[in-house]
Design a protein around this ligand. Structure first.
Ligand SMILES: Cc1ncc(COP(=O)(O)O)c(C=O)c1O
Ligand SMILES: N[C@@H](CCOP(=O)(O)O)C(=O)O
Length: 517
């Protein structure tokens, strides 16, 4: 049966959008995020039917539950999934690696840019191309629909989006990143792509400034209409959708070994996109226990699950004066204060507050009020019963810098396996949860979100004292050889200013146009 799902904004201003509209718009006009009109349930006998499927075949099955056939036919979707994962280096796409302490590390870094973002962004790049080719056919240049992607990155989304979109027709991509706050490899991966449709822009600020600029670009109705702005960040629903697959794939790999397996996922978290995909998987019917959020010292989410206050500054020790911004840690891709996808989860919490006899629009009203309060005061508190409901879905752990390095060391000692610092945050959180009463008999899956070679400084800090350890020969993949010395193209935008960003976009779009005529 074909999916009947449509898409609506978390803030109530827009509903009944097609999948295509939700993907191409990225963010709703009212500033809300697109969510599906319902969370589809799993088909009868799914475990048996799906356990022998390859990753792309499984992706096709899951995506089919969210994408009406009238929009993308079965053949087209199969082809999109197959092409998106053909670029991965591992035959299982996202394999599990079992450590000696029993933790299953879910390796999500076998795609072109060595981070979990590739799982969704290879797909999203192909999806944009599919929709634009269908719209544009062989129309002349001046009549073609052109998508201007504007994205923010703390290091990984940027390169994954660039690799997913480089050289694609009718798309330009502008990636904003915080100057000096991404790793040298991440910066090189982005800025050494010199295709004419790719533009990397540094911002003298932090990731949250970049993310805020992107949201301002989307909020400028005239600019958006003129340039048709698109999103590659996890505000784009297709990002979340594509990430659901690996929760099922990991579960089914374990289920094949033990039909009674009890699984628990632990997710290094920043913008809440990766773990939100796990939440959707669970709500669809994936048998998993509460999801574990693992944060670094930028712990807004960890504080929420302890206090019920979603607030930028930690006010637990008294009022905070002056600007609040993300700390620099060894896991820079998670140096995020405002977790933009948390809005989607808050919508479901708001929905539970008004259930069962009320409408979605009442949930949107509550959510919009929460988000306005957060925007105005940098803080919003939920009632104790809302926090109790949230704690039924998630628990959280905060892992500091020192422990991150100690975890990389410990796992190298026991397994000769090198963790990247983000994965180390997750592995430490997993170790803590395994020691909890009642955890016996549970199989823990800890998501590995990046390859360690992307974060040489932290990895070398942890491992250089080991005899025989050699980063170049043991950690660095051959794909990174010569990367740091390759030609680069980058635009410096200075302090975060929306007018400057818009000007950069317009000047470079004009240049691109001239190059195609
Ligand atoms: C390596 C790595 N780990 C973890 C995260 C956190 O994921 P999310 O932002 O989806 O919570 C990110 C960035 O998003 C990342 O790049
Ligand atoms: N950690 C991310 C930050 C952007 O998050 P996204 O998942 O919303 O794209 C990065 O590496 O860029």
């Amino acid at each position: 049966m074909s999916s009947q799902v449509t898409y609506q904004s978390t803030r109530g201003g827009s509903s009944n959008f097609s999948f295509e509209d939700a993907v191409l718009k990225g963010l709703a006009n009212d500033g809300g995020l697109f969510i599906p009109s319902e969370i589809p349930k799993l088909p009868e006998g799914w475990k048996e039917k799906w356990s022998s499927l390859s990753f792309p075949e499984l992706a096709y099955e899951i995506m089919s539950l969210y994408i009406p056939r009238s929009e993308i036919s079965a053949e087209e979707l199969k082809d999109l999934a197959a092409r998106s994962y053909a670029t991965f280096r591992h035959p299982e796409t996202t394999p599990l690696k079992k450590l000696n302490n029993g933790i299953n590390v879910l390796e999500l870094f076998h795609g072109p840019t060595f981070a979990f973002k590739d799982v969704a962004l290879q797909f999203l790049g192909n999806l944009f191309e599919f929709f634009l080719t269908r719209k544009n056919g062989d129309k002349p240049e001046e009549e073609r629909d052109h998508l201007t992607v504007v994205g923010a990155t703390s290091g990984d989304t940027g390169s994954a989006a660039i690799y997913g979109l480089r050289g694609k027709k009718d798309v330009s991509v502008f990636i904003l990143f915080p100057e000096g706050r991404v790793s040298p490899v991440q910066e090189a991966q982005m800025t050494t792509v010199t295709d004419p449709n790719v533009h990397c822009v540094t911002v003298a600020g932090v990731f949250d400034d970049c993310q805020d600029l992107v949201k301002q670009v989307f909020g400028d109705a005239e600019f958006n209409r003129k340039h048709h702005v698109g999103a590659v960040n996890s505000i784009n629903w297709a990002r979340i959708l594509a990430q659901i697959t690996y929760y099922f794939y990991a579960y089914l790999s374990l289920y094949k070994q033990n039909k009674d397996v009890k699984v628990r996922f632990v997710v290094p978290t920043g913008n809440f996109g990766d773990i939100l995909a796990g939440y959707y998987a669970k709500e669809m019917g994936l048998p998993t226990e509460k999801l574990v959020i693992a944060t670094n010292e930028n712990d807004i989410l960890d504080r929420f699950f302890h206090t019920g206050r979603y607030e930028k500054a930690d006010t637990s020790k008294g009022p905070v004066t002056g600007p609040v911004c993300a700390k620099e840690t060894y896991s820079p891709a998670m140096d995020i204060l405002v977790s933009s996808n948390f809005e989607r989860y808050l919508w479901y919490l708001a929905r539970q507050q008004v259930a069962p006899n009320h409408t979605d629009s009442e949930a949107c009203e509550i959510l919009a009020k929460w988000m306005n309060e957060f925007k105005t005061n940098g803080s919003v508190a939920v009632r104790p019963e809302v926090l109790d409901a949230a704690r039924k879905d998630f628990v959280s752990e905060r892992v500091d810098n020192e422990t991150t390095i100690a975890t990389i060391k410990k796992v190298y000692e026991t397994d000769k396996y090198v963790l990247d610092p983000h994965t180390a945050v997750g592995v430490e959180a997993t170790t803590r949860r395994m020691k909890e009463a009642g955890a016996e008999g549970t199989t823990f899956v800890s998501l590995s979100t990046a390859h360690p070679a992307k974060f040489d400084a932290a990895v070398n800090l942890a491992l250089s004292s080991f005899e025989g350890y050699n980063f170049e020969t043991q950690v660095m993949p051959r794909e990174f050889h010569g990367l740091k010395d390759a030609e680069r193209r980058v635009i410096f935008s200075g302090a975060p200013r929306i007018e400057v960003i818009k000007q950069i976009v317009e000047i470079n779009l004009e240049r691109e146009k001239k190059m195609t005529v």
